[in-house]
Design a protein around this ligand. Structure first.
Ligand SMILES: NC(=O)CC[C@H](N)C(=O)O
Length: 337
């Protein structure tokens, strides 16, 4: 009987990378001061025995780090492992436990490059497992529930935090400390409650099976950097980034991705030197940057990131630059993904 149930359940692999979901604090009152990336994947799985009712779960420790320290090499390593697992006939879904600081970047990266319709769910927590009202247990339970469901197939890389199912493309860490940290300007795709998912909308942008990018052909990622804008900003950071070898600079602009008149001449010069200039916005609730609004992008041969925040624009720019260095092609990709 037990063997029969196991056969009926989906096979889900949990790839652990660290973060607060694997964090530990000195006491139950330490919800904000603790060490991330301390608990191994086997202990994480053992901490939620209910997972075995949802799926046949096994874990792999891919890395054990706080996500602010993730490098492009780490991203590639994770991406290649996800692709191998997605290719195996005995894997139905993949869950990645991750620090929340760059979770949105990893989720978007995988959404662009993984050629599979199997569910890939990225999940983290805002409180370590040692704290009162820790959120990691339920977030992980929800992640495995969605990863083992047939309805989650073909919907791109997803994020399950705070009972919501978010698109890995859209979601962003909008507040820290609070457990409702992850939000999307376009709203969640659904909810997951008591292990059951309820869907309300679908992603409109190209992803996974419909993407022209494939992790299997990506051996390295080009250097793309971000420069932040504010009153009294100068061009020092932009020039330094270009000098250190950046192939593209994401302008984390004010408002509509606007560029200070003190910076414009330098960005024009950098573009003439071959550096791609990509205008995004760092407004908190979600930017919306349009071509030739605020700056004459056609004239300067710049690209706009549209609704992608600076850190997501960096991910798409890196992936796009593995295919093309043509600014028109880059702009097409920024509209389509
Ligand atoms: N809530 C968290 O996961 C933050 C912990 C850590 N800064 C990380 O991103 O890994």
């Amino acid at each position: 009987k037990e063997v029969e149930t196991q056969q009926k359940l989906a096979n889900v692999v949990i790839l652990a990378t660290g973060g607060t979901i694997a964090g530990a604090g000195a006491s139950t009152a330490n919800s904000a001061t603790y060490q991330a990336a301390k608990v191994g994947v086997d202990k994480l799985i053992a901490g939620v025995p209910e997972l075995s009712q949802l799926a046949n779960v096994r874990g792999e420790q891919v890395m054990q780090i706080a996500s602010e320290s993730i490098t492009n090499d780490n991203l590639l390593q994770l991406g290649h492992r996800v692709a191998e697992l997605a290719d195996s006939a005995d894997v139905d879904g993949i869950v990645i436990t991750h620090g929340t600081d760059t979770l949105e970047e990893t989720a978007y990266f995988l959404n662009l490059v993984e050629k599979t319709d199997k569910p890939i769910i990225v999940v983290g927590s805002m409180r370590p497992g040692t704290a009162m009202s820790a959120d990691g247990m339920l977030n992980l339970y929800n992640a495995v529930a969605v990863a083992s469901s047939k309805e989650a197939r073909g919907k791109g890389v997803l994020v399950t935090m705070n009972d919501e199912i978010q698109s890995g493309r859209d979601v962003s860490k909008m507040v820290n400390i609070k457990t409702e940290a992850f939000k999307s300007a376009w709203g969640p795709l659904g909810m997951v409650v008591e292990g059951k998912s309820y869907w309300f909308r679908l992603p409109a942008k190209r992803h996974t099976m419909d993407s022209e990018f494939n992790i299997k052909t990506i051996k390295s990622l080009p250097d793309v950097e971000i420069a932040y804008s504010y009153g009294n900003v100068g061009d020092t950071a932009y020039k330094a980034l270009a000098q250190s070898g950046a192939k593209a600079i994401i302008h984390a602009g004010t408002g509509n991705g606007s560029v200070s008149s003190r910076v414009v001449p330098s960005l024009q010069a950098l573009r003439k030197d071959g550096v791609q200039i990509i205008r995004s916005s760092h407004v908190n609730a979600g930017g919306f940057v349009l071509r030739n609004a605020e700056q004459p992008d056609d004239k300067y041969d710049w690209v706009v990131a549209h609704d992608l925040n600076p850190q997501k624009a960096r991910i798409l720019a890196m992936v796009a630059l593995t295919k093309t260095n043509d600014s028109k092609e880059l702009q097409r990709m920024f509209w389509e993904y």
